[in-house]
Unconditional design. Sequence first.
Length: 638
Amino acid sequence: MSQQQKQNAQSTHPSFFVLILVFFFWGFLAASNSIFIPFCKTHFNLTQLESQLIDFAFYSAYFIGSLILYLASAARKVDILNKIGYKKGIIYGLLISVLGSAIMIPCVNKEKIVPIVETQADISSFQVGQQLQTSDREVKIRREKEADTYSLLVSKNEAGAKYASNTNLQAAVGGSFTESATEYSSTFTKDKLQNVLSVLGTDFNQTVTFGYFALILMALFIVALGFSLQQTAANPFAIILGDPAKGAHRLNLAGGINSFGTTIGPIIVSMLLFGGMSGGAAAETDISKINTLYFLLIGLFLVAAAIFAFVKMPDNQTADESFESSPKATRAILGITAMFVLILAGLALKMELPFFTVGIVGIIGILLVAQSSSSKNPEGWGAMRYPQLILGMLAIFIYVGVEVTIASNLGGLLTHPGFLTPNGLKESELDPYVSLFWGSMMIGRWTGAISVFNVSKNTRKILCVIVPFVAYAIVLGANVIKGNDVSVLYPYVICIAIQIVGFFMGQDKPAKTLMVFGLLGVLSVLIGLFTTGALATFAFLSGGLFCSVMWPNIFALAIAGLGKYTGQGSAFLVMMILGGSLVPPLQGGLADIPAIGIHHSYLIPGLCFAYLAFFAFKVKNILKSQGIDYESAISGGH
C-alpha cells in the first residue's frame, strides 16, 4: 500500500470538499428541469410525453458520453479516464457544460409569431389535455376528454373580462362563459374551432409564439454531456479520497450537497420565469428569462474549472493501466445502444410510446441475458462477469428513472384539475411542491451522511432525528424567502418521521437500507394511487425521501468485489443514468392515454421501487456467496 493509499484509508482527504462543488451543479440544473418541463409543455404546446423529452435529452447525454468514453478506451486499449486522471476529467466536463450553456442562450431566443387563425391544424391534432396558449399567455385552448371537445380558458383579470363579455366570442363558442376564482371558461365542439379562432384573431389580434424546442433539447444535451464526464470521474474519485469502507457515506455527503442544489434550483428558476412572489402571473413571463440562469451557470462552471485546475489534490494512481478488452460486455452495451437508437426512430416516426416501451423492455432483456451468459462463461465479459454489477446497472437505470419521473411528471399531476385543487395549480404555484420533492432528497442524504463524521453511536442516533428536521426547515426557509405559503407543507413532517424510522431499520447497512426504502417507496406510491388531494400529493412527494440514499448504496453494492474492473464498472453504472431519459417519457405517454391519465400513470414509480427492493435482497446473497462483506459493501478485489 502506497503512502497516499494509507492516508486515504485513515481519513477523508480535504480535496473531497472541493469535489462536492460539481455535485451541487448537477442537482441544481437537474431539479430546475422539473419547473422548466411544465413551463415548456404550455409554451411549446406539447403533450405530456413530449414535455418529458427535456429529461430524454438531459439524461441520454449521460449514456452517450459514457458510451463514447468506453468505446474510445476499448479502441485504444487504454482506459482514457485513468489516463487523463479524474481531476482533468472533471475540468474537461465543466468546459463542455460551459459550451452547452452558451449555446442555450441563442436557442431560447429563437422564436416565430403567427396569427392564431393559422393554428387550426395544430389544435385539431391535439391529444387529451394538450393545450395552446396565446403569445400574451392570457388565453388557452385545451383539448378535453370528451370527443371533439375543447375548452377556451381566459385569465380572470381586466383584460379577461373583455373576452368573457364579447358577444362575437360568446356566439362562436355557443354560450356564455362560466367564472371561477382564477379564470373564465367555456367549452365548445371541434366544428366551432374555426369560428373561435377567427374571433380571437379579428377582435383581439391574438397571436401564438412558436419556439424551437428541438434547439433547446440540443443545448441541454451538450450541458449534460459535460455532466456525464464529470460524474464518471467524480463518483470513483470520491471513493478513493478516504477509507473505502466509508465510500458510500462520502457519496451520501456529496449527494447531500447535490440535493441542496436540487432544493433551491426549482425555486430560483420559478423566480426567474414567474417573478419573486408565489403565484406570479404567468402572463408576465417569457422563456427568454431563463437566459439569466445560463449566464450564471457559465460563470460558475468556469470558476469551478479554475479551482480544480489550480488546487492541489491527489488523483487516481492507475494512469498507466491498460484497458482490458471485454468484447462480450461491449456487445451488450452496443445492444443497449441499439435499443436507444430504436427509440430515436420512434420519435422520428411519431410513434413514441410503443418504441419507448419496446426499447426499455429490450434494455432489461439484454442485461438479464448478459447476467445469464456471464455466469456460465465469464471470459470476455470484463466487469460484467460479476452479477452484482449487471443487476446494479439495472438498479441504477430504474433508480434514476423513478427519481426523475416522479418529479418531472409532478407538474402535469398538480396542474391537473381535481387532483390537488378543483382547477389545478398554475405553473407559477408548483415550486413549493417541486422544491419539497427535491428537498426530500436533501433530507435523506444529509441524514445518510452523518456516518461520514467520527461521532459516537448515541450521538449518531440523536443526529439521525435532528438533521432531517433541520434540512426540512431549510426547505421551508427557502420557500419563505421566495414568498411561498409554507403552511400547506407542514403535514409532511409525518413522512419525515417515517423516513427516520426507516433509517433506524436499515441500521446503516447498504443492502438493508435499500430494501427498507424500496418497500416504503412501493407503499407510498400505492397510497398516492388510491387517494387524491394533499394525502396523495405528499405520498408521491415522499418518494424523494425514499430515493434519497439509494444511489450510493446501489453504487457501493454494485462495484463491491470488482477489483481491477472497478473503473469499468463505474462507467457502466453511469451509462445506466439512461433510465432518467427513458422512464419519464414512458410515464408521460401513459398519462396521455385518456383511460389512464396522469394520476394513474404513477403506477410506473411503484413498479420501479419494487425492483429496487428486490435488488437489495438479491445482491446481499450474491455478495455473501463471493465472501464479500455486503453489510458495508467494501470493494475488496479479487
